[in-house]
Design a protein around this ligand. Structure first.
Ligand code: NIG
Ligand code: FE
Length: 412
């Protein structure tokens, strides 16, 4: 099946195949072709260029994108979209003055979601999660990472990872699975932290590896959650089972999580709302992608990741949603891109790079996703007619997407 898109007002993020991420000053450059065409063969990008060089082909399907922008679909490298129920009550409690930390300390937060998850059937969790996945796909996300971490029991964690696997089998979106058994200590292990870590290492990890249920291992390295030493121990165990680390660090405190992530060649370090100069220094010249989650900062009213300082230091930055019931009940990458521009002072070019090629890198898939490159997946966004791509962050809150193509087929 061949599909031809013609008269594209501007085709964004046009790259050759060697670029797997962009860093520092390169982030300000978003290569594009004005008045372009693009050819899709089966599920991949087969050709593209200026309309002046339009090849003489006979496609089965032709899309006229006159006045519209085409770009690679969003790559959302950090979500927790498999969960049960919601935490609306905690949201209202926060409006009324309680902090995220106070709610967690009285047994709410992650433990509240874990209780709900363990009380809900696998089928019901799948049904709830698929609705969220369909929504983010229609909002332009073409690749997504999904974490476990609301089970906190052997069965609960496996249940979540099976749901992720089933979503990956049933939808034309690329899904990477992350094991986050080290998301919080269940109440019964509060005094026996070592026992819970043993459970993760000796019972959860072998089962997950046996059934090939995860690509990555994650730990919430934070005061009140997992210490730097515990994080290192769990990461090392994950690596033994073939899982690459991606870790939650520096959300509320800078305690050395970034350094230990880099030491173990973490694919990404995520959150980074609180960054000391030595944290930025440590990330220089590493293969670890720093990931910012601006809709989490927005929802919790916590600082935004200092992207300007990081880019000025030559670092790459990726953007992701963190879609989860507690800190970010939204999976809208368009809002993330807009918020990065508005609140973090990233330019539209930097934000689009961060949400496409750098997001793909943070999932280990930038050889196949995140740019308009021959041979990469035909996962594309076609906008409504708009004056320029500046509209994407400028008209925040508007849905400017007209068509989403996944694996070369119209999804929405
Ligand atoms: O990335 N920070 C840790 N984990 C999630 C939130 C978990 C929750 O509140 O349910 C996050 O923000
Ligand atoms: Fe998260």
């Amino acid at each position: 099946m061949t599909t031809l898109i013609i008269n594209i007002k501007e085709l964004l993020q046009v790259r050759d195949s060697t670029i797997l991420k962009v860093s520092g000053a390169e982030m300000a450059i978003l290569p594009s072709i004005k008045n372009a065409f693009l050819v899709i063969k089966d599920n991949v990008i087969a050709d593209f260029g200026s309309m002046e060089d339009l090849p003489n082909i006979n496609p089965e399907k032709c899309i006229d994108a006159d006045g519209k922008i085409v770009l690679p679909s969003w790559c959302d490298s950090h979500t927790h979209i498999v969960y049960a129920g919601n935490r609306e009550q905690e949201f209202v409690d926060r409006i009324n003055g309680l902090s995220y930390e106070e709610i967690a300390n009285r047994g709410g937060g992650i433990l509240n979601s874990a209780k709900k998850l363990n009380e809900t059937t696998e089928e019901e969790i799948y049904q709830q999660s698929k609705t969220r996945l369909e929504e983010v796909m229609s909002l332009g996300t073409g690749a997504v990472e999904i974490k476990s971490g609301y089970g906190l029991t052997v069965e609960g964690e496996l249940k979540m990872l099976r749901v992720i696997q089933r979503l990956a089998q049933n939808y034309p979106i690329t899904i990477k699975a992350t094991f986050l058994g080290a998301h919080a200590f269940p109440l019964k292990y509060k005094e026996d932290r070592k026992d819970y870590i043993d459970l993760i290492i000796n019972e959860m990890l072998p089962e997950i590896a046996k059934h090939n249920l995860a690509d990555f291992i994650d730990v919430f390295c934070e005061t009140g959650y997992f210490t730097v030493e515990e994080t290192e121990q769990i990461m090392e165990a994950g690596i033994q089972f073939g899982l690459k680390p991606k870790i939650h660090v520096n959300q509320f405190n800078s305690i050395g999580g970034i350094q230990v992530g880099i030491k173990h060649n973490a694919l990404s370090v995520d959150h980074l709302e609180v960054m000391k100069p030595e944290d930025i220094e440590a990330l220089k010249n590493t293969d670890t992608m720093p990931v910012a989650l601006p809709s989490c900062s927005y929802f919790l009213s916590i600082p935004y990741t200092p992207a300007r300082e990081m880019i000025a230091a030559g670092l790459p930055v990726a953007l992701a949603t963190d879609y989860n019931p507690g800190s970010t009940p939204s999976g809208n990458m368009n809002f993330v891109v807009a918020t990065a521009c508005i609140k973090m002072k990233m330019t539209p070019e930097e934000a689009i790079n961060a949400a496409t090629i750098n997001g793909a890198y943070a999932m280990g898939i930038s050889e196949t996703h995140g740019s308009i490159t021959i041979g990469k997946k035909a996962n594309l966004i076609i906008t409504k007619p708009i004056p320029s791509y500046y509209q994407l962050p400028y008209a925040f809150g508007s849905n400017l997407i007209e068509t989403v193509l996944l694996e070369g087929e119209i999804f929405a």
